[in-house]
Design a protein around this ligand. Structure first.
Ligand SMILES: [Zn+2]
Length: 106
């Protein structure tokens, strides 16, 4: 012990709130809502390839990717991870996520 380490006092609620703040896409007004619901194009990669974790904005793009990269595996859209439907469970990812708590500066 060097005295540098502080005892962890985080409650489960606190951690949950922190995780929520870090992973939930908020803000952006109407554009943000549209982005979150995925009703408009652009912005977030919605689908994740179950084989190589590459992301695509829609099923069609994912199928094109699949056909070129995984031709031996039958394409199954039920296996594609819909990142908008399932909340990301990346607890302490340092990688910035687009649209999540970004800078307000333009
Ligand atoms: Zn792939």
């Amino acid at each position: 012990m060097t005295g540098k380490a502080k005892p962890k006092k985080h409650t489960a609620k606190e951690l949950a709130a922190k995780l929520d703040a870090a992973t939930t896409n908020r803000g952006g007004g109407k554009a943000g809502i549209a982005d979150r619901t995925g009703s408009t194009k652009g912005g977030h990669a919605k689908y994740e390839c179950p084989h190589c974790k590459i992301t695509a904005p829609d099923v069609k793009s994912m199928q094109i990717h699949h056909d070129s990269k995984h031709p031996k595996i039958p394409f199954d859209d039920t296996k594609i991870s819909n990142l908008h439907a399932t909340a990301p469970v990346v607890a302490e990812s340092s990688a910035p996520r687009p649209g999540v708590r970004g800078s307000l500066k333009k």
